[in-house]
Design a protein around this ligand. Structure first.
Ligand code: APR
Length: 270
């Protein structure tokens, strides 16, 4: 199977698989790149259509919501429309398969994601979400969760939904009458304490840290690789493009959907 890949990539996958066969603790950080092959644009991709003139950073922040809640809410409803029928790709599926396999072979894999989609969960993985959940909402003032039964994060999604379920009408909180917002960590906001604590523990105590599909630009998540390395872990990066991450031991420079199935297969065969 590896023969179908460029020689250098195949050799690097074999080296990575050797590194990943023995260790007990593996920490994996995923970013938007792992969902790119499912058809979800990454954050650094230029936005399309109606939203072409906006940068994601200028909409995903509390000041933008305070200034123009309608604009920010409409953007998220558009993103939900874009994401609602997307399926896990071979990278998500290989990862979930590996988590199962690892559990039976005395390995633990902590999966941390910056993604707000639920494609890891759809694939069967458990992941700690550092940046929140696209399918959850909460009050922008009192913080109480707003349950939209049709879009419950854990409910089965009805992929036949049409645009009308993604109305751009603002919703107000039943308790304090302020606007409901997506339960997503915006630029300048603190990460959820539990998820961050878990991520720090997993990174600081792992033998190998794998960064998949992240530009490594947004902190504090981008600092997890450094934390792992300072504590003696080896670092593997899976990304078709170079990143500012300079502490990588093995780079697997191709799409996650290409690399992950081969990597997991090699781990099982090594
Ligand atoms: N496989 C692997 N990596 C890929 C693929 C692919 N098929 N396609 C693109 N990439 C890489 C890109 O080269 C890039 O380095 O994925 C990365 C995506 O980078 P970003 O868009 O910056 O996504 P991410 O790192 O997850 O962003 C971090 O920034 O906007 C905030 O909160 C948002 O969680 C997000 C955070």
């Amino acid at each position: 199977m590896l023969q179908e890949l460029p020689q250098a990539l195949a050799a690097n996958i074999q080296s990575a698989a050797r590194l990943l066969t023995a260790p007990a603790r593996i920490c994996i950080l995923t970013g938007a790149g792992i969902s790119a092959e499912s058809g979800i644009p990454t954050f650094r991709d230029k936005q399309t259509g109606l939203w072409e003139q906006y940068r994601a950073e200028d909409l995903a922040n509390p000041a933008a919501f305070a200034r123009d809640p309608q604009l920010v809410w409409s953007w998220y409803q558009w993103r939900r429309q874009l994401v609602h029928n997307k399926q896990p790709n071979p990278a998500h599926l290989a990862l979930a398969d590996w988590q199962d396999y690892a559990a039976q072979h005395n390995q633990s894999i902590s999966l941390i994601t910056q993604n707000v989609d639920d494609l890891h969960e759809q694939a069967g993985s458990t992941a700690a979400h550092l940046h929140g959940h696209l399918w959850r909402n909460r009050c922008s003032h009192c913080g109480i969760s707003y349950e939209d039964k049709s879009r419950d994060f854990n409910a089965d999604k009805d992929v036949s939904e049409d645009d009308s379920n993604f109305s751009t009408d603002l919703i107000t909180c039943q308790h304090c009458d302020n606007y409901i917002r997506p339960d997503i960590v915006w630029f300048g906001e603190a990460l959820p304490t539990g998820a961050w604590q878990h991520a720090e523990d997993a990174a600081a105590n792992c033998d190998v840290f794998i960064s998949i599909g992240t530009s490594s630009l947004v902190y504090p998540a981008a600092g997890l690789a450094q934390l792992a390395q300072q504590n003696g872990a080896k670092i593997i990066e899976i990304n078709p493009n170079p990143t500012p991450n300079t502490i990588v031991d093995i780079t697997l420079a191709d799409k996650a959907g290409v690399v992950m199935p081969h990597l997991v297969q090699q781990i099982k065969e090594t």
